[in-house]
Design a protein around this ligand. Structure first.
Ligand code: HEC
Ligand code: HEC
Ligand code: HEC
Ligand code: HEC
Ligand code: HEC
Length: 184
C-alpha cells in the first residue's frame, strides 16, 4: 500500500485515452463478456454433479475401453441398467492401484459393507415406464439417449426424457406409441 513507487505512479498526470485505445478496451470487454456467457450457458451445463467418489467414465469406458455391461449388468437382463455394487469395482481394484487414496476408501467401504450413494442423473417420473432390454435388442446405441459417456469425467444428463423424445423415435421406427406402452 505504502510502496513509494506506487505513490509516484498515482501522482503522474493522467492522459486522455486515444479513441483507438478506448475502442480496443471496449472490444476486449465485449470479448470477455461473450466468453463469460458462453461458459455460463453452454459449458457449465456439460459437467455432471460431483459424486461421493470421483469415478470417471472417460478413464474406464474411454481410455481403458471397459465395456458398459461389465458394470451395468442389468441393461441386458432387467428393465434397469442399475448402478454397480462395490463388489464389481473390487474385481479390478483388489489388484489395480490398490494404494491410491480413493481406492483405499473404496476398499474400506467394501469391507464395512457401506455402499456408495451414487447420485443419479437420468430419471423418469414413476408414471412413465422404460425398459432397457427392448432397446438394446434393437441395437440402439447407449449414446443415442445418454450422450458420449466415454468422454465424460462426470456424467451429466444428455437428454431430458420428455415424451416427445421417446415418441419421435417410436414413430420413426414403427414402434408402438399407444399410451399404454409407456403409461401402465
Ligand atoms: C432409448 C433410450 C436409452 C438407451 C438406448 C439406453 N438408455 Fe439407459 N436410461 C434411459 C432412461 C430413460 C433411463 C432412466 C430410467 C428410469 O429412471 O426409469 C436410463 C437409465 C440408465 C441408468 C441409470 C440406472 C438405471 O437403471 O436407471 C444407467 C446406468 C443406464 N441407463 C445405462 C445405459 C447403458 C449402459 C446403455 C447401453 C447399453 C443404455 N443405458 C441405453 C434411456 C436409455
Ligand atoms: C475392469 C476393471 C475395472 C473395474 C471393474 C473398475 N475399475 Fe477403476 N480403474 C481401472 C483401471 C485400469 C484404472 C486406471 C489405473 C491407472 O491409471 O493406472 C482405474 C482407475 C480408477 C480410479 C483412479 C482415478 C481415475 O479416474 O483415474 C478410480 C477412483 C477408480 N478406478 C474407481 C473405480 C470404481 C468406483 C469402480 C466401480 C464402480 C471401478 N473403478 C471399477 C479398472 C477398473
Ligand atoms: C467400471 C465401471 C463402469 C463402466 C465400465 C461404465 N460405467 Fe456407467 N456408471 C458407473 C458408475 C459407478 C456410475 C455412477 C457414478 C457416475 O454417475 O459416474 C455410472 C453411471 C452411469 C450413468 C448415469 C446414470 C444416472 O442416472 O446417473 C450412465 C448413463 C452410464 N453410467 C452409462 C454408461 C455407459 C453408456 C457405459 C459404456 C460406454 C458405462 N456407463 C460404463 C460405472 C461404470
Ligand atoms: C432411438 C429410438 C428410441 C428411443 C429414443 C426410445 N425408444 Fe422405446 N423403443 C424403440 C423401439 C425400436 C422399440 C421396439 C422394440 C421391439 O419391439 O423390438 C421400443 C420399445 C419400447 C417399449 C416396449 C414396447 C412394447 O411393445 O412393449 C417401451 C416401454 C419403450 N420403448 C419406452 C420408451 C421410453 C419411455 C422412451 C423415452 C424415455 C423410449 N422408449 C425411447 C425405440 C426407441
Ligand atoms: C414411448 C413412450 C410414451 C408414449 C407412447 C406415451 N408417453 Fe406420455 N410420457 C412419456 C414420458 C417419457 C413422459 C415424461 C416423463 C417424465 O417427465 O419423467 C410422458 C409424460 C406424459 C404426461 C405428463 C405431461 C407431459 O407432457 O410431460 C402425460 C399427460 C402423458 N405423458 C400422456 C400420454 C398419452 C395420453 C399418451 C398416448 C396418446 C402417451 N402419453 C404416450 C412417454 C410416453
Amino acid at each position: 500500500m505504502t510502496d513509494p513507487i506506487w505513490a509516484k505512479v498515482a501522482q503522474l498526470p493522467v492522459r486522455r485515452h486515444s479513441p483507438l485505445a478506448t475502442l480496443l478496451a471496449a472490444l476486449a470487454g465485449l470479448g470477455m463478456a461473450a466468453m463469460a456467457i458462453f461458459y455460463a450457458v453452454y459449458y457449465q451445463d456439460k459437467v455432471g454433479p460431483a459424486q461421493p467418489l470421483p469415478f470417471s467414465h472417460r478413464v474406464h469406458a474411454g481410455v481403458k475401453q471397459i465395456g458398459c455391461v461389465v458394470c451395468h449388468r442389468g441393461v441386458a437382463s432387467s428393465s434397469d441398467a442399475g448402478m454397480p455394487p462395490l463388489q464389481t469395482c473390487m474385481l479390478c481394484h483388489e489388484h489395480i492401484i490398490r494404494e491410491f487414496p480413493y481406492i483405499r476408501q473404496l476398499r474400506e467401504q467394501y469391507e464395512q459393507g457401506v455402499p456408495i450413494a451414487w447420485l443419479q442423473v437420468d430419471t423418469l417420473n414413476e408414471y412413465a415406464f422404460f425398459d432397457h432390454r427392448m432397446h438394446l435388442r434393437r441395437g440402439i446405441d447407449c449414446g443415442y439417449c445418454h450422450g458420449d459417456i466415454k468422454d465424460m469425467d462426470r456424467v451429466f444428463q444428455a437428454h431430458e426424457f420428455q415424451m416427445g423424445f421417446c415418441i419421435q423415435c417410436h414413430r420413426d421406427n414403427g414402434a408402438s406409441h399407444d399410451c399404454f406402452t409407456c403409461h401402465r
